[in-house]
Design a protein around this ligand. Structure first.
Ligand SMILES: [Zn+2]
Length: 67
C-alpha cells in the first residue's frame, strides 16, 4: 500500500505524484522560490550592512596569529 503524499502546505494539500521528491507541490515551490528571492534581496542588503563587519571580525578571530 502506498500512501499518497500531499503538499505540505495546509492551504494547498494537492496530491503529489508518486516519484515526487519534494514536500511541496510545484505551485507552492514556485511561490516559495519567489518569496525566497524577494527575501534574498532584503537579506543581501542586511548582510552588506551588518554581515560584512561581523564576517570580518569572525575571520580575524580565526586567522589571528599565535601570540
Ligand atoms: Zn502545494
Amino acid at each position: 500500500m502506498m500512501e499518497i503524499s500531499k503538499c505540505k502546505n495546509k492551504k494547498c494539500q494537492r496530491p503529489l505524484p508518486d516519484s515526487y521528491k519534494h514536500k511541496y507541490c510545484e505551485n507552492c515551490r514556485n511561490e516559495h522560490v519567489k518569496r525566497i528571492k524577494d527575501a534574498g534581496k532584503a537579506v543581501a542588503g542586511v548582510v552588506v550592512l551588518v554581515g560584512a563587519p561581523v564576517l570580518a571580525f569572525v575571520t580575524k578571530g580565526k586567522i589571528n596569529p599565535k601570540k
